[in-house]
Every structure is written in C-alpha cells, then in structure tokens.
Design a binder for this molecule. Structure first.
Ligand SMILES: [Zn+2]
Length: 242
C-alpha cells in the first residue's frame, strides 16, 4: 500500500508482550494524522530483549559477606529470628548458608527469565534440613533498559542473600516448605530490634498467626528489612546506583 497511502510506520511499541503492548498499539494508532494510515512495522512486534545472566553468583555473595558489617548483620538477623521463632537455624554464617543451599540435593539456585519484568526479584522455598531449600532469581532483561555489568551482579547477590536468610531457619512444614519460619514479618521485626531504623511497618502484629498475614503485610515487611540489608551489605562504590 506504500505510495497510495502516506504510511506512518513505527519502531518498537512496547517490550511488554501483553496489556502494555495493546495500549501502546492503540495509542500510536490513534495519533495517526488525518490522511495517513497507521502501519505497525515488523519492529513494533519485538517482544523481548535479552536476559542478563548472573555470573559467579556465589562469588559475588561471598564478596558481600567479606565485608564484616554485612556478615555481622546477617548473623545477628539470624540470631534474633531464632529468638523470635524458637527455631534453630541451619547456621549463623552467611557463607555456610549460601554453600549449603547451593549444594541442596533437591534445591539450589534457579534462574527465571525476565521478559515479563521483575528483574532482580527472588523467592525462596523448600526446607534446608531436608535438602530442598531453593532460591529463585528473576533475571534482568535488556528490554527494560541496560544494566551496568558489575552492579547488576551485586543486585543479584543481594537478592540471593535476602532469599537465603528466609531459608536459614527451615520450612514450617514438610509438605509446604515455602512457608519459611524466618518470614518477611519475622525478619522485619528482627531488623527493627537490631537497627531501630525508621519506617518499620505497623500494619500488622508480628505475633499474629501466619494465615492472617496478608501479601501486603509481607511486601511491606520485606521492603523494610531489605532496605536495611542493602544498607549493611551493598558495596559502598555502588551504593547510590540502582
Ligand atoms: Zn522476603
């Protein structure tokens, strides 16, 4: 049809394969000037970039823990979490914890694709005393912007360290190890006891039964203690950079 119509072609509209793409498509189409026709070129349908893989993840976790301030904070968090839950940890040592999870027979570190977003996020499940402790890390994807090659590795290491702390006390039940004893609300309370850092979420009572803890409470608690984990463990030279 080129030559007959004045065609408005487009570059990539959105890297999001779902709703965001549909919205971007409609927006671009509706902006077409009168007398022209909208044509989404092949480039408009580029749906994803490249995942950025973690490299030497254990090495980067160890580098964080080589900093005494970080290693002590991790050990102290585990110690207070033990006091709050009455559940003895697998170890108080961050490096031993990382190695133990890496060697779990039915667990270990797992990478998830980042094309749908959530890069640098993580989750943890499985009981470390049963060889099932698992850390999942979602990879950053270049579709959401470039990443500094070194900083991105420490972002993965920090995400992994957060998840490792959940696993230190084991899973709350044999069948559902995803309910870690050292949950986000427990680790948030432990962090508050240790640091007194402002912003401790007051929208829940940490002694309430686990089934009354909502996803929002967990998210608020997770953000609170993760900020302090970063404050204690993020390498100084990268502190100001996301
Ligand atoms: Zn968490």
């Amino acid at each position: 049809m080129d030559g007959f119509y004045d065609v408005v072609n487009t570059g990539p509209l959105s890297f999001d394969p779902s709703r965001a793409f549909a919205l971007a498509f409609l927006r671009a189409a509706s902006r077409t000037p009168a007398g022209r026709i909208f044509e989404a070129g092949e480039g408009a349908f580029r749906l994803k970039g490249e995942d950025i893989p973690p490299r030497n993840l254990l090495d980067h976790i160890f580098t964080l823990l080589d900093n005494d301030r970080c290693a002590n904070f991790v050990s102290n968090l585990i110690n207070v979490a033990r006091q709050l839950t009455g559940k003895k940890p697998f170890t108080y040592d961050g490096k031993k914890l990382a190695l133990a999870v890496a060697k779990q027979i039915n667990g270990g570190f797992i990478l998830r694709p980042g094309a749908s977003g959530g890069g640098g996020g993580g989750s943890a499940y499985g009981d470390i005393f049963s060889g099932e402790a698992t850390v999942e890390i979602t990879m950053f994807n270049t579709a959401y912007g470039p990443r500094h090659p070194v900083r991105v590795q420490y972002a993965y290491a920090l995400a992994a360290l957060h998840e490792l702390l959940h696993l230190a006390g084991g899973g709350a039940s044999f069948n559902d190890g995803s309910r870690a004893y050292y949950s986000d609300v427990v680790l948030a309370q432990a962090t508050y006891i240790l640091t007194g850092a402002p912003g401790y979420p007051k929208n829940y009572d940490p002694t309430m039964p686990w089934y009354k803890i909502t996803a929002q409470m967990t998210a608020d608690a997770g953000n609170y203690w993760n900020d302090q984990l970063k404050e204690h463990c993020k390498p100084q030279e990268y502190y100001d950079v996301k």
